[in-house]
Design a protein around this ligand. Structure first.
Ligand SMILES: Cc1ncc(COP(=O)(O)O)c(C=O)c1O
Length: 334
């Protein structure tokens, strides 16, 4: 189901999985706010599961621990939103093995991961989930300007998502009154325009080429930065990344200070880096809901030293070499 954005898609997926007032939804604190906001749009209650310090995705052991406690308190979530951070797929088989026995739904926030594979299948196959959501925002694997897609293998989720993205209306198939349509519930206009879809169809033809180039850039970073005090991205077993981001983690003593210097040093030379992500629970809006700094230490510690390096299809090798030189000189000055 093509939709107007991944944010709309996540809202649609939550609704289609039956998230309603008071239902709990868990997600990763190391994500864009949309991964959590979507549950609140359904009047659900959000909580987070801390990340694995190596993959930066939800920690399966932490998830297991938190589910045990939640089961004792009869406070289990209705759905888990697993974010494939930076384009690196979560270990979905392990994650599903932990979650499924409790009857909890799984939505993949695959906004970073179009073009990634897990166990030889494209992310979006939904082998271990109920639905997955892609983004076609300008900086994603492919773009429609703004746009997204909900994919699922479950007919009832597809039917519900189609209705929800279009005002909660279903066409009536009655022959006697072919003009009839029925609004069955409150929905939205979350449809993608035909113009965006035409761009998306054309972009989709270039997906493999785009991912190949992103992979090449990532490999150059991995080779060029190997000797520095950095934690470079980890690639999970039997996965390929879509390389939406190349997140490095600075491992010097003063990580936050070094990150700041490096950010401004790159900027001064015309290279914009970015930090992904300020942990969602530390945002003022989420603090007002009761979350505190210290709640999810692995995500907070990662954030302190995190920097995403320039990575886009048109990045010239010479520019990338310059970025790596700046990183090398900034880190070895200290
Ligand atoms: C992890 C994550 N989830 C959801 C979204 C929302 O995507 P969109 O901008 O298509 O609404 C983004 C956007 O950057 C994202 O990074």
């Amino acid at each position: 189901m093509a939709v107007s954005s991944a944010t709309a898609g996540l809202h649609t997926a939550c609704h289609a999985l039956g998230i309603r007032a008071g239902d709990r939804v868990w997600t990763s604190p190391n994500s864009f706010v949309a991964s959590a906001n979507c549950a609140l749009y359904c009047d659900g209650a959000v909580d987070f599961v801390d990340i694995d310090p190596r993959s930066y995705n939800i920690s399966v052991s932490e998830l297991e621990r938190k589910l045990c406690t939640a089961a004792e308190r009869k406070a289990l979530p209705k759905a888990l939103i697993a974010v494939h951070f930076a384009g690196q797929p979560c270990d979905m088989r392990e994650l599903a093995a932990v979650v499924r026995p409790y009857g909890i739904g799984i939505i993949e926030d695959a906004t970073h991961a179009l073009g990634a594979t897990y166990q030889g299948e494209p992310v979006g196959s939904c082998r271990y989930s109920d639905a997955a959501v892609f983004s076609f925002h300008a900086i994603k694997s492919i773009t429609t300007g703004e746009g997204g897609m909900v994919v699922t293998n479950r007919e009832n989720i597809a039917r519900n998502a189609r209705r929800f993205r279009s005002h909660g209306i279903t066409p009536d198939t009655s022959r006697a009154e072919p003009w009839r349509y029925e609004q069955r519930e409150l929905g939205y206009n979350y449809r993608m325009t035909d113009i965006q879809a035409a761009l998306g169809a054309s972009q989709l033809n270039k997906l493999d080429e785009f991912i190949a180039r992103r992979t090449e850039i990532a490999k150059r970073y991995t080779a060029g930065l190997a000797e520095l005090p950095l934690q470079l991205p980890h690639i999970g077993d039997d996965t390929t990344s879509a390389w939406h981001l190349y997140p490095i983690q600075i491992m010097t003593d003063d990580r936050a200070g070094t990150r700041r210097n490096l950010y401004f040093e790159l900027l001064q030379h015309g290279f914009r880096s970015q930090v992904h992500y300020i942990p969602v629970h530390t945002q003022p809006f989420y603090r007002a809901l009761g979350f505190r700094a210290g709640d999810f230490p692995a995500a907070e510690s990662y954030y302190e030293g995190a920097l995403s390096l320039p990575l886009f299809v048109d990045l010239a090798d010479s520019d990338q070499d310059r970025v790596m030189e700046i990183i090398r000189s900034t880190l070895t000055q200290r």
